[in-house]
Design a protein around this ligand. Sequence first.
Ligand SMILES: [Zn+2]
Length: 231
Amino acid sequence: MISGRLLRELQEVDLQLDDLARELARLEAALHEPEELQALQTQIRHLEEERSRLQRQQRDLELDMQGVVETRTNLERRLYGGYITNPREVEAAEQKAEELRRRESTLEDRILELMVTLEDLEGTLQELHSRLDGARARWEEQRAQLLAQQAHLKEERQRLHAQRSRLVGQLPPDLLLLYERLRQRKGGVAVARLEQRVCQVCGVEVAVSVERQVRYGEEVVLCPTCGRILV
Ligand SMILES: [Zn+2]
């Protein structure tokens, strides 16, 4: 009598292990950080670089402005303090002061413009940061669930492996070898139940003699149609 019950149990365990392997692979893939998070991080990094660039530009302009103001103030002090008396020199100095004032006003405009741009940028960055925080919180929660699921499935797999070892230990080695080979060749299903003479995998009816062999025979009987071990 071949160990029909053991083979059925082994088949059941192996099919569950196959399902688990698929589910674990799916979880593994789902555990990669979402693209949304990466995209937001990249966007934030680029905008922060842009902000640094604009801030440097603003500092440079402010230094320029400081220089211009100093030069103009000195010039005016000399001009209105009576240090320059020659009318031609006075005129030249006045022109120079006017030019400096225009330069000052241009610089002031550019600085203001930059400040507005920086303020907008700051607003965008704040919005992106809060979106990133939200996305990260959602992902952390999701990830925790996935990890819990994964841990649970790994425990289940361990339990099934132990069960499998027990079953395998009770089967004759040549039968086990046949089982393994058939499982590889037949889509993971090596064993077929025979019910009322019908193979429950391929659905084909077997001869009475085959059924008798399965019920009482000492040897392994394969389904004449699908080639699986009938039990
Ligand atoms: Zn069959």
